[in-house]
Design a protein around this ligand. Structure first.
Ligand code: ATP
Length: 408
């Protein structure tokens, strides 16, 4: 019964990449632009959301994610370009005719209506017969684990339960696309984690095409088939979580997705798709693509994640000389803050400190602040970009933040 009404038998084929091309994308934006007076909230953007895909719009506050979502929903009118949902050109179609389900950050439930009335609202305005509404509401409430809550008022629900009602209300109309704008940001951390897993499960079961807005990198990495990384009204990179995490196309993406260290280096040579960079006495190979505008001999910043680095006894060959500055207890791991040797801290941008993430607690007994160590820089997981004056080269463990887009 449930599977029939909600079409739970729909194939949950989510390859997660654009590598499995489909005949018709669920959503297509062709050269869409949005301006608010002098502010270009969205520069000319081209984007396809595949059928059944979970696509996340990720970027700092003010980068244009909500604008992009609202253009898909029909709450905003594009200044240029075209928007398609399925085969339909919807650029000028009002929201209620686009057959999209929308979930907002603040739930936006009708306070005077019961849970069942809230969930059934979209069906009532579409003229669905009452008995069918009752059945579909019951089914979708079961799906979001709120059976038995139908007669409650939203005031009698926790934040997490209210957000489930909002999700049920969006799903009950069987939308062509589900649009979610930071739906979990008002929830506490534990609940947020649980809701992320549940939403993903529901999305997989239904196979519903989903566009999800967040400024939370972890949320984007853990839930998405593909991520659209945005900054200053521009799409910077579109890729699977692994592509944007391990193969960022520019400095912004490299710094925004997860914690990162910058090591000062120099471009030594380039051969086809690979390049050799020198960091102190070390030579490491990186992809040449991100250094295409860089002259041989020029300064580069080598980006490396804290969990890719290692620490060895001082003096070990094939390492960089360093000294322990601090150990920071993080529960499941220890962050070892390490100062590189002074020779590696010359240069205009270096602070010379890196963070090494060590699983478990062994580091607490092994290392003491002030002791000399050797920094192990493996071959894997390095990405280099031309050095930029004023960039925070050498800043330790920079974390991408959800703060206002610095490029704005
Ligand atoms: P947040 O995460 O804070 O919601 P966002 O990435 O969703 O940010 P948008 O809300 O899309 O960003 O805003 C993009 C830019 O457009 C910002 O500079 C914002 O100030 C501007 N903007 C958005 N809506 C309007 C509006 N109605 N009038 C004028 N400027 C606007």
């Amino acid at each position: 019964m449930l599977s029939k009404a909600l079409d739970l038998t729909a194939p949950a084929t989510l390859p997660g990449t654009a590598a499995a091309p489909r005949a018709r994308p669920a959503v297509r934006l062709d050269g869409v632009v949005k301006r608010f007076g002098a502010v270009t909230a969205l520069e000319e953007s081209w984007l396809q959301v595949e059928q059944g895909e979970f696509l996340t719009l990720l970027g700092p506050s003010g980068c244009g994610k909500t604008t992009l979502l609202n253009l898909m929903a029909g709450f905003l009118e594009a200044d240029a370009g075209e928007i398609f949902i399925g085969d339909d050109l919807v650029t000028a179609t009002p929201p209620y005719e686009r057959e999209v389900g929308i979930v907002f950050q603040n739930y936006a439930l009708f306070p005077h209506m019961s849970v069942a009335k809230n969930v059934g609202y979209g069906l009532r305005v579409r003229g669905v017969p009452r008995r069918e509404i009752a059945a579909r509401v019951e089914e979708v409430l079961a799906l979001v684990k709120l059976s038995g809550f139908a007669d409650r008022s939203p005031r009698q629900l926790s934040g997490g339960q209210q957000q489930r009602v909002a999700l049920a209300r969006a799903l009950v109309i069987r939308p062509k696309v589900l649009l979610l704008d930071e739906p979990f940001s008002a929830l506490d951390k534990n609940l947020r984690g649980a809701m992320q897993v549940e939403l993903k499960e529901i999305q997989r079961r239904l196979g519903v095409t989903t566009v999800f807005v967040t400024h939370d990198q972890g949320e984007a990495l853990s839930m998405s088939d593909r991520i659209v990384v945005m900054s200053a009204g521009r799409v910077r990179q579109i890729g699977t979580p692994d592509q944007v995490y391990r193969h960022p196309q520019d400095r912004f993406v490299a710094g925004f997705i997860g914690d990162v260290n910058l090591l000062p280096g120099r471009l030594e040579a380039r051969a086809g798709e690979r390049a050799t960079v020198a960091v102190g006495d070390l030579r490491r190979e990186v992809e040449a693509d991100t250094l295409r505008d860089c002259a041989t001999g020029a300064a580069v910043d080598v980006f490396v994640r804290p969990d890719h680095l290692g620490v060895r006894p001082a003096g070990e060959s094939g390492t960089l000389p360093a000294r322990v500055a601090a150990l920071v207890y993080q529960g499941s791991h220890i962050d070892l803050h390490i100062d590189l040797h002074a020779d590696l801290r010359s240069g205009p941008m270096s602070g010379g400190r890196v963070v090494v993430r060590m699983p478990g607690h062994g580091a607490l007994a092994t290392y003491a602040p002030g002791s000399p160590v050797a920094l192990l820089v493996p071959q894997a997981g390095l990405v280099a970009f031309p050095a930029e004056p004023g960039s925070p080269n050498g800043q330790a463990g920079r974390t991408g933040s959800g703060q206002d887009d610095p490029a704005r």
